[in-house]
Design a protein. Structure first.
Length: 622
């Protein structure tokens, strides 16, 4: 019997392990599913909808195949026809003339992708859940070509290749994929998407473990059987019969239970066991029926609506990539003093200051171009919160970037102040450009205002909004007057004077000192005005705003005596075109300013958080 049990367990082990291994090998389900798409369309753009990308769960592995481009060979002009007896020129090798088709793919929010496509014709790819296939629809537009989307700031990610392009993404339903060739040729005609499948076989593990367990049990039975058989092989002597023990008397004394009248036998045991059960049941019943204090009510969970995350101009990853691209472009423009290259990533006050700096640097090699656009860590991302439709332009984002700390020759760590960048994208196909680049110089003891996380962003306020203690337009005009007249200005009480380094540098007291230092043969005059640049106001968590605005300050120096002349500093002379003038010279400085403005009803003052000042123009007085 022991051998039979061992054999049975061995059979169970073989069957269990075999079935478990088979489920993982020959019977294993597929680990992926692929859907193919073949197009026959001359349209230059293909958009794969998010529903098609999420036909199955898991990451999407997209493979795009382009065709072969064979450039046409121009026919020879009549003058190029060889004369009689001349050897004609060798025709080009058709294989050498062919080249693979370029492929560009980018993915982003569906609303952004469609805004980028605009009026262009495109192939729209969706998913037919009933048949499990892609469905293509050609939407005819008024444009037949599009620019190359690679490198655009609108995308969450972009890729390019030639002949064949493979990429793996993991995007939700509201993200779409854009596929083009070079914007002029038809879009790649072959596309496939592969999704992973869950081919795990949990029962195979149970079968294998059960089979191994059965094998162990079978081995134990086998050892038991062998030991028993070995014992049975010993000497078999006949055991002598022993005398029988006399039978005991039939007299049985009466037990105490019988004397007490207690029941005997199995029924008695059942009755005794029944008593504790009844007691327990009665106790539980009493606990359930004793007043309301003993009853614990379980609240029914109510379904709560989760608010959707609003659309924002950019994500944190997007902004890091954008800032890196901006920094590289501006660094190259600074090295080459190329204002046209700088204009691809700068606009407004930031570009105006850069162009003037390049002109000065061309004459003065030791002139420092500031501020430097760092490609360091983005410490703050505050994108504009978009309306519900999400396809609104221009779009803005505020970023605070800081270069990593460096160590000087003495081993001391040096840290440059952070830079606040205001970037604007004018339309879906444009790149983000820096309009403001302001060095952050918080007053001592001041705290940076708290803002919403990057996922939520912040709405922009108009320049005349009543939701702030002082409207952004009044902040600009009031501060310009404070810089000119100081404490005599009616707007002076609105601003925090303590820690305001800009007032210390170019305020009314500094202007008076400049006048006192001039000789009697010259006179100086100042004027401060609000610049023509747009004012940007991002809402903070306390209902206030971070306000970025632009001021200009003109400084005119002219002689007061006949025959006298004024000398211009090197930077002013480079922009004015002359270092000395008997008429006088006007120098204009641009001032980019960052303020923290309290909400309406607050008694706090407007605080200066940073500024960037630089010479932007100079001319001789006419």
């Amino acid at each position: 019997m022991r051998f039979i049990a061992a054999i049975v367990f061995f059979v169970i082990a073989v069957v269990g392990v075999g079935l478990g291994v088979a489920q993982r090998t020959v019977w294993a389900p597929p680990d992926r599913v692929t859907a193919d798409l073949s197009l026959d369309s001359p349209v230059s753009v293909t958009v794969v909808d998010g529903s098609a990308l999420n036909a199955y769960e898991g990451r999407q592995t997209v493979t795009i195949e382009g065709g072969v481009v064979a450039p046409s060979v121009p026919e020879p002009e009549p003058s190029e026809v060889p004369a009689v007896g001349e050897t004609p020129a060798a025709s080009p090798d058709p294989d050498a003339a062919t080249e693979t088709e370029a492929i560009t793919a980018a993915y982003g929010r569906t609303a952004d992708v469609m805004a980028w496509v605009g009026a262009a014709s495109y192939n729209r790819v969706t998913w037919d859940a009933e048949n499990g296939t892609f469905v293509t629809e050609t939407v005819v537009g008024t444009e037949s070509t599009v620019p190359n989307p690679y490198g655009g700031d609108l995308w969450y990610g972009d890729f390019e290749g030639e002949g064949e392009l493979g990429l793996t993404i993991n995007v939700p339903d509201d993200i779409s994929l854009l596929v083009v060739s070079d914007g002029t040729l038809p879009a790649p005609q072959q596309l496939s998407v592969t999704w992973p499948l869950d081919n795990s076989t949990p029962f195979s593990t149970m079968l294998i473990l059960g089979g191994v367990g059965s094998l162990v049990v079978g081995l134990l039975f086998l050892l038991w059987a062998l030991l028993h058989m070995r014992r049975q092989r010993g000497p078999r002597r006949k055991t002598p019969k022993m005398p029988k023990v006399p039978k005991p008397s039939r007299y049985r004394p009466t037990s105490s239970r019988a004397l007490l009248g207690r029941p005997k036998g199995r029924r008695a045991a059942q009755r005794v066991a029944l008593v504790p059960g009844l007691l327990i049941g009665s106790v539980l019943l009493a606990a359930c029926t004793t007043g309301g204090a003993g009853v614990v009510a379980t609240p029914t969970p109510e379904a709560t609506e989760v608010a959707e995350t609003p659309a924002v101009a950019v994500t944190e990853n997007q902004l890091e990539r954008i800032v890196s691209r901006v920094a590289l472009t501006i660094q190259q423009a600074d090295d080459e003093l190329d204002d046209e290259l700088a204009a691809t990533r700068l606009a407004g006050p930031a570009l105006e200051l850069r162009e003037a700096s390049y002109t000065i640097r061309d004459d003065e090699d030791d002139f420092a171009i500031v501020p430097t656009i760092p490609a360091g860590d983005v410490q703050l991302t505050l994108p504009q919160r978009l309306p519900d439709e999400g396809d609104t332009w221009p779009r803005s984002v505020l970023a605070i970037v800081r270069e990593p700390a460096t160590v000087n020759d003495e081993g001391e760590e040096q840290q440059t102040p952070p830079l606040a960048l205001l970037l604007v994208q004018d339309d879906p196909r444009s790149q983000y450009k820096v309009h403001y680049a302001i060095t952050v110089t918080l007053p001592e003891g001041a705290e940076r205002p708290e803002v919403a996380p990057a996922e939520l962003g912040a709405p922009l306020l108009p320049r005349d909004t009543p939701l702030l203690a002082v409207s952004p337009a009044d902040v600009a005009a009031g501060y310009a007057d404070v810089l000119l007249t100081g404490e005599e200005s009616e707007s002076f009480p609105l601003f925090q004077a303590e820690g305001d380094t800009l007032v210390e540098q170019i305020g009314a007291a500094a202007k008076a000192e400049r006048k006192a230092d001039l000789p009697d043969t010259a006179a100086i005059g100042f004027s401060n005005t609000v610049g023509e640049a747009e004012i940007f106001s991002f809402v903070t968590n306390d209902g206030g705003a971070l306000v970025m605005l632009y001021l200009t300050e003109s400084e005119s120096v002219k002689p007061t005596q006949a025959g006298a002349a004024v000398n211009a500093p090197a930077a002013v002379a480079a922009l004015a075109g002359r270092s000395q003038s008997t008429r006088g010279i006007v120098a204009t400085y641009g001032i980019q300013v960052l303020f923290s403005v309290p909400p309406v009803g607050s008694e706090e003052q407007v605080v200066l958080l940073g500024y960037t000042q630089g010479l932007i123009a100079a001319r001789e007085i006419r």
